[in-house]
Design a protein around this ligand. Structure first.
Ligand code: 5GP
Length: 185
């Protein structure tokens, strides 16, 4: 049997990655979505299982134990992907670009998909709709602009999220393509 794929979905904040990835995994139930750890507090409307929410101490203990496939500090909080256990399922990670680069270094065969927003206005509207403070939204927008050139440079595929259904179709097609023709290790 072929080795499982690692599919990394990255993109600037407000691009709709979370919604896309949830729909991709719903439409292809053989995909497993990795659950990240974070030290960020849970947002009011956010599901309890959106992340494993932990203290900085807990996070740092896991770093010391080598328990992350990748981790980063993003806008004052830690985020990390727990090292996956042995599994034959294709794994989807929804992470920012620094983490995507780390995964690609460790796993050159990983498939990096970078998602772009249809427009800056739409991106800003989505970021503002989450209930974060104006200051936090401004920081996220600046961070998003920094991330974009790096994301574009390292991506194996770039997808513009102008319509959810179309974006999900495109991602599923990319995944199928790599199931039959994996990238070189
Ligand atoms: P948010 O705070 O909006 O949930 O996430 C902030 C950023 O962190 C997003 O770009 C998200 O994709 C990214 N992120 C979420 N989990 C991880 C992770 O495990 N590792 C890395 N490197 N980034 C993550």
């Amino acid at each position: 049997m072929a080795d499982p794929l690692i599919i990394v979905v990255s993109g600037p904040g407000g691009v709709g990655k979370g919604t896309i990835v949830a729909e991709v995994c719903r439409r292809d139930p053989s995909l497993v979505l990795s659950r990240s750890w974070t030290t960020r507090p849970r947002r009011p409307q956010e599901p309890e299982d959106a992340y494993v929410f932990v203290s900085r101490d807990e996070f740092e203990r896991r770093i010391a134990a080598g328990g992350f496939l990748e981790w980063t500090a993003f806008l004052d909080n830690y985020y990390g992907t727990p090292t996956p256990g042995p599994s034959s399922a294709d794994l989807v990670l929804e992470i920012e670009v620094d983490g995507a680069q780390q995964v690609k270094r460790r796993h050159p065969e990983a498939v990096l998909i970078f998602v772009l927003p249809p427009s800056r206005d739409e991106q800003e509207r989505r970021l503002r709709g989450r209930g974060d403070s104006d200051e936090h939204v401004a920081k996220r927008l600046r961070k998003a602009l920094d991330e974009e050139p790096v994301g574009l440079a390292i991506a194996d595929h770039v997808v513009v999220n102008d319509r959810l259904d179309g974006t999900v179709d495109e991602m599923l097609a990319i995944i199928d393509q790599h199931r039959s023709a994996p990238l070189a290790r």
